[in-house]
Design a binder for this molecule. Sequence first.
Ligand SMILES: Nc1ncnc2c1ncn2[C@@H]1O[C@H](COP(=O)(O)OP(=O)(O)OP(=O)(O)O)[C@@H](O)[C@H]1O
Ligand SMILES: [Mg+2]
Length: 413
Amino acid sequence: MSDVSAESPIETIIPNAKSSADSVSVDHTNVHVLENEVETLRIQNEAMRAKLLEASMVANNYLQEANNLKQQLEKLTNPPLFIASVLEVEDDLALIRQHGNNQEVMTQIPPEFEGEVEAGMRVCVNAAFSIISVISRAADVRAQVMEVIRSPGVNYDMIGGLEDVIKEVVESVELPLTEPELFENVGIEPPSGVLLYGPPGTGKTLIGKAVASEASATFIRMSGSDLVQKFVGEGARLVKDVFQLARDKAPSILFIDEIDAVGGMRTHDGTTGSAEVNRTMLQLLSEMDGFDTSGNVKIIAATNRVDLLDPALLRPGRFDRVIEIPLPDYEGRLEILKIHTTKMNLADDVDLDKIAKITDGLSGADLNIIIKEAGMFVIRRRGDSVAMQDIQDGFDKVVVDEEQANVPAGMFA
Ligand SMILES: Nc1ncnc2c1ncn2[C@@H]1O[C@H](COP(=O)(O)OP(=O)(O)OP(=O)(O)O)[C@@H](O)[C@H]1O
Ligand SMILES: [Mg+2]
């Protein structure tokens, strides 16, 4: 082949093929065959290389799977771990109590957990009571049970229909924080805390947040039911911690929600559950007794069931102000509706007065949801203003569908 270029593979195979082309009679067909063969080999080589790559990838996957299975097998064949609470820590020793059988043992803290294990936290131990892992740091538990808001950003204008209640709360909670000298001058001790009671969704939490905001205090919320349900065995300590936190963050409002969960009538049925609740409650009482009422921490507690509360909580020096937060009346409902629709684009046919009239028995939270649902209906139909029909639909969805109200549907029409 005369047009064979310099880089052609033929050159490598028959280096002097070109120069001797004239003298030696080269079999052109042969060269062509060889050339083809080289090309085929090259393609085969490439194909093999691709296959090799593929195979090594598959092999890798298998290796990984084998590793996973090995780990799973290890997990399955390992003896189970037990949960224990750390009671005390001294140098590299920890006194732990195993959950379930309450066995208490002293165990060495392994070097990898040195400085990490503290009293109050939960750990995993093996059958020899060696600490294998740390489940929760004590601080995590605290963070879960307490909600801390520097300044909640709620003001009294955002609460409808509760002027008298607000006045009373301001006197007993806000003033002692902002103008303590008023009380000193007159020579009376401000109340240590107030108890708000009333049906769900009537604005109890809202009032707590508003007082904290208006008094520039930190709002710390602790839920009584969380205390006894989620953190069994730790309730009493958490109560102690939350009071400490309130003092650290002072001026502060400590809001104890659902206090009936811990402050219900003390039961004596001997179950561990009631013993736990009683312990938590006793801790709460003792914290309140040791409380400096002239200090800048104030307690607001809330409950739906004041009738369930232990009378010990209502003794003077504890919650000596018990304030009822009732369901809103007509005027209250109208105010609440106005508050929740201020930012809304309302159509001309919307008559808040009419809505307030026929929503007897509903709470502020119910009204808020109806208004929000009405807004959603507008968004769904890509509208830009809320019409009376939307509020009717929101009302139907919230009240009629759930058969919560005694108000018949269609009254908006
Ligand atoms: N008086 C009110 N004025 C304005 N909004 C209200 C009022 N009461 C309730 N709301 C609305 O309902 C929501 C829930 O109220 P809040 O959490 O204060 O109720 P609560 O009394 O603490 O209820 P629960 O007993 O269930 O804890 C508020 O965020 C607010 O949107
Ligand atoms: Mg609440």
